[in-house]
Design a protein around this ligand. Structure first.
Ligand code: 3PG
Length: 404
């Protein structure tokens, strides 16, 4: 792999700026971390740096979302899992952060405040522009070298992801290496045909992926579930009822409907949409064909007939990439679609799962061992699988050219 690794970085005794992706499902009312998979996956990298001063940069959620919060609970969780102190500082590069870093000794760990509290981190910038941000200029003075282990954020061209590698000698962490190595296998000899299952609420990412994998012939079939399916259903001319249409408007996904229409115009036969859905009516699950969805009941899962059809497609697939749930799996009435799709995907020969919610459910079902690979990246995983070089990886490659 042409990115530097921590083995050749020579980080002993140095101050390492370590970009992690600890963005996790949390309960916004208590800040309780509901799943610690990403924390556990980063432990080997943190332990490998135990002779360095480790300054952790990470984020939780995005501005405007309910779970966009400070990182005190994240530092506590990491401390528990590592079994050694992790000092949280409620500053990104202000005086408290600088002073905390200057006080550190080798072997100590500091976690800085949610880096997306700084507006610049939320910009999508070219690496050269990202390098010129105040955020990168200030952060790069806090460390000697940079390690990026945040595979989950590798698809974002944001300052800490693409700017820091241009400003400092850098390497990919052990998780970054493992993800890139394992996911690359999908392109070389993965069993055919390939089916991509796109669900959840990150519709913008999923629509771009659907377009790419169909255009490039990476996937033979795309199955849409979750809110992604609702957008495709609208694009295909179905009335999904007021509450679900309002949710799509609220998430500002109207432009995605046009993109879904364009995909259907070219690939109608290769995009599988649910033909039945489950809605909440009088506080119960009720199923309807997509031609008869009631006006005032929210669509919260795919229906049993849809599950049956989709499982049929998975049974004929050699490779499946599963990303995103089929419905409101947190409620048992609406978890069936998600559970059944997971069970069917686990039986496919080569099975890859995008991280986030899908990985959490798989863990709860005790099926981790039945999948070929469960990525810590949701969007990053599927974007990688479209054949694009991820901005984080490209920046690390560039860093190697600049700093050796
Ligand atoms: C993720 O969970 O996908 C990453 O942490 C990136 O988050 P984002 O989609 O808010 O950029």
């Amino acid at each position: 792999m042409p990115i530097g690794t921590i083995r050749d970085l020579g980080s002993e005794g140095k101050t390492v700026l370590l970009r992690l992706d600890l963005n996790s499902p949390i309960d916004p009312s208590s800040n309780l971390i509901l799943d610690d998979k990403r924390f556990r996956e980063h432990l080997p990298t943190i332990r490998a740096l135990d002779k360095s001063r480790v300054v952790i940069i990470t984020h939780q959620s995005r501005p405007g979302k309910k779970d966009f919060t400070t990182l005190e609970a994240h530092a506590e969780k990491l401390e528990q899992l590592l079994g050694k102190p992790v000092t949280y500082v409620d500053s990104i590069f202000g005086r408290p952060a600088r002073e905390a870093v200057h006080r550190m000794r080798p072997g100590e760990i500091v976690m800085l405040e949610n880096v997306r509290f700084n507006a610049e981190e939320n910009l999508t910038l070219k690496p050269e522009e990202a390098k010129k941000t105040h955020l990168v200029k200030k952060l790069s003075t806090l460390g000697d070298v940079f390690v990026n282990d945040a595979f989950g954020t590798a698809h974002r061209s944001q300052p800490t992801v693409v700017g820091l590698p241009l400003a400092m000698r850098s390497a990919g962490g052990l998780l970054m290496e493992k993800e890139v190595f394992t996911l690359s296998k999908v392109f070389s000899g993965a069993p055919q045909p390939v089916c991509m299952v796109l669900g959840g609420t990150k519709v913008d990412d999923s629509i771009d992926v659907a377009r790419n994998v169909l255009d490039k012939g990476i996937a033979d079939t795309v199955i849409v579930i979750g809110v992604v399916a609702n957008v495709f259903l609208i694009a295909a001319g179905y009335d999904i009822g007021k509450p679900s249409a309002q949710l799509i408007a609220q998430l500002k996904y109207q432009p995605e409907i046009e993109k879904a229409k364009a995909i259907l115009a070219t690939y109608k036969d290769r995009v599988i949409m649910p033909q039945t859905v489950a809605v909440r009516e009088n506080n119960c699950r009720k199923e309807y064909p997509v031609t008869k969805i009631p006006q005032n009941a929210p669509v919260l899962d795919i229906g049993m007939d849809a599950i049956h059809d989709m499982i049929g497609v998975l049974k004929k697939s050699g490779t499946v990439v599963l990303n995103g749930p089929a419905g409101l799996f947190e409620e048992s009435d609406f978890a069936t679609g998600t559970y059944e799709m997971i069970k069917a995907a686990s039986k496919v020969d080569f099975s890859v799962v995008g991280g986030g919610h899908t990985a959490v459910v798989i863990e709860k079902m005790g099926l981790e061992g039945d999948f070929t690979h469960i990525s810590t990246g949701g969007g990053a995983c599927i974007e990688f699988l479209t054949g694009k070089v991820l901005p984080a990886v490209e920046a690390l490659e560039q860093s190697k050219k600049i700093f050796g």
